[in-house]
Write a protein that binds this ligand. Structure first.
Ligand SMILES: Cc1ncc(COP(=O)(O)O)c(C=O)c1O
Length: 487
């Protein structure tokens, strides 16, 4: 958590797996006197009885505080250098009607990536002009819906899409459609490092690498980059308003320098376009990807620090280039909702498994035992560990234990041996069926990436606020699943 949103020092962490408040938990998590966790004053044992498990639990005050922290940090830092900034909440991390309302009430706008996310934001009452629509393969229906809703921006991802959005805008009549061009800067960030490459081999955006254009636009030259070609194509369409340039460089970024390098490249492109055409693109979006703590001892990116660093860097780049600063925007998702969520599971089978076995060369047999702790969910409610090796932390949530800790592996109930939620975590040695386990920082890309694998109904999302629990998204039932099966 950031300095402005809570403690920045890693929490004390007992080897027994006993939780002490702090990262990676939401600020409303405490361990009560009888050893059970509470979230915003709600006892997880009561939650489990009332809502069943697995359940996603969302700490509303924590989420809102993170939204405020990001908005205030960026507004203050960019005001300092004379630039305006908008913060868009990246709904792909998790979007429901209530969450869209919360973030909008905290002064954020909403970034959507599909017609479905757009529908949720609109249902929440977020005004169209405060919504952005992304997507590398938007359907005609999605484009038409966005135009009808009067979205503030459509982030265009290819040259073909320039033509498609222009055609849709022409067919509709009225004001030109506000578009941004998504560019790939060659900067890739995530974890602690970033790398920079010239040519991009990915589906998103249009490359800045010169000579990479495989299509043309009025005024474009063969050596122009695909990004420049797309900007010129937008300018050539009266049905389009060229609002900005967009760059998203990665996820779970903990090193701010990647943002600065990418911003510089975008500002260079903006200056080059102004020199060619006299048109100065009014806005630049720097994307999302702000890293959070998933494990005890990890420290999230501090919004105050990153905002100051990036603001100072873009101000310096603009001064170098001799162009006035644009208006900026950012799109954090995980950093707003990730740490505000936890998943509550009930423990089922607990199985000690000897790891290694006989060596076969006369050496003593391995004595390492791993305790497989099976929970009542798994890869259907949290695919991130299986999908890209994401790490999580869990603790016993319904009681304290002074049993010796054991090396545990938290696994799900699905028919995949890769159905692992946590590879290695210390849990009390007496962990047993019926215990509750809480997995921290599951608010982002948990429910939003959930599936019905093995026909497992998806868990509910329960908000907790001031001692009260409220279901935001109800649990799916077998009837829900069967309702789609026409027999
Ligand atoms: C264009 C864009 N913006 C914002 C985000 C949000 O990223 P994060 O949740 O890591 O902040 C993503 C994530 O993939 C993205 O692709």
């Amino acid at each position: 958590m950031s300095a402005s949103a809570g403690p920045t020092t890693p929490p004390a962490f007992s080897p027994t797996g006993t939780y002490v408040p702090g990262e990676p938990w939401s600020s409303g998590v405490r361990r009560g006197p009888d050893g059970a966790l509470t979230v915003a004053g709600v006892d997880v044992r009561e939650l489990a009885v009332a809502q069943g498990t697995p359940a996603y639990v969302l700490d509303e005050a924590d989420l809102r505080e993170r939204a405020r922290s990001y908005r205030r940090a960026f507004e203050a830092a960019f005001a300092e250098v004379g630039a305006g900034v908008d913060v868009y909440y990246a709904g792909k991390a998790f979007l429901s009607v209530a969450v869209a309302r919360w973030v909008h009430a905290e002064g954020l706008r909403v970034d959507t990536a599909t017609g479905g996310e757009l529908a949720v934001a609109l249902r929440a009452g977020v005004p169209g002009e405060h919504i952005g629509l992304h997507g590398n393969n938007k359907s005609d229906a999605e484009i038409a819906r966005a135009l009808e809703a009067g979205v503030g921006r459509i982030i265009v991802d290819s040259l073909v899409e320039v033509e498609r959005v222009a055609a849709a805008s022409r067919a509709r009549g009225g004001a030109p459609a506000p578009v941004m061009i998504r560019v790939t800067t060659g900067v890739h960030a995530g974890g602690h490092e970033y790398i920079s490459t010239a040519h991009e081999d990915q589906k998103f955006g249009l490359s800045l690498a010169t000579g990479g254009s495989v299509a043309s636009a009025p005024g474009a030259q063969v050596e122009d980059s695909p990004a420049m070609t797309a900007l010129l194509a937008v300018l050539a369409h009266p049905e389009l308003e060229l609002l900005g340039i967009h760059s998203h460089i990665g996820s779970q970024i903990l090193d701010p320098s990647g943002f600065e390098v990418a911003a510089r490249k975008v500002l260079e492109l903006r200056a080059a376009l102004a020199e060619r055409t006299g048109f100065l693109v009014p806005e630049v979006d720097l994307g999302g990807g702000y890293g959070i703590a998933y494990l005890p001892g990890e420290v999230a990116l501090d919004p105050d620090r990153i905002a100051k660093d990036v603001a100072a860097s873009v101000a310096a780049s603009s001064a170098d280039l001799g162009t006035p600063l644009p208006r900026f925007s950012i799109e954090p998702g995980r950093a707003i909702v990730g740490p505000a969520g936890l998943t509550l599971y009930t423990v089922g089978t607990v199985k000690p498994v000897r790891v290694g076995g006989p060596t076969g060369d006369g050496e003593a047999e391995s004595t390492t035992v791993r305790t497989y702790v099976s929970i009542d969910g798994g890869m259907s409610d949290n695919i991130r560990p299986a999908l890209y090796g994401a790490d999580y932390h869990a603790e016993l949530a319904n009681r304290l234990s002074d049993a010796e800790p054991v090396l545990a592996r938290v696994v799900g109930k699905h028919c995949e041996s890769g159905d692992i939620v946590i590879h290695d975590v210390l849990l009390p040695g007496d962990v047993r069926a019926g215990d509750l386990l809480a997995v921290a920082a599951t608010g982002a890309y948990g429910r939003s990436m959930a599936s019905n694998y093995n026909h497992v109904p998806r868990p509910p999302v329960v908000a907790v606020t001031d001692g009260e629990a409220r279901v935001l998204v109800r649990r799916e039932t077998e009837d829900d699943l069967l309702a789609l099966d026409l027999g």
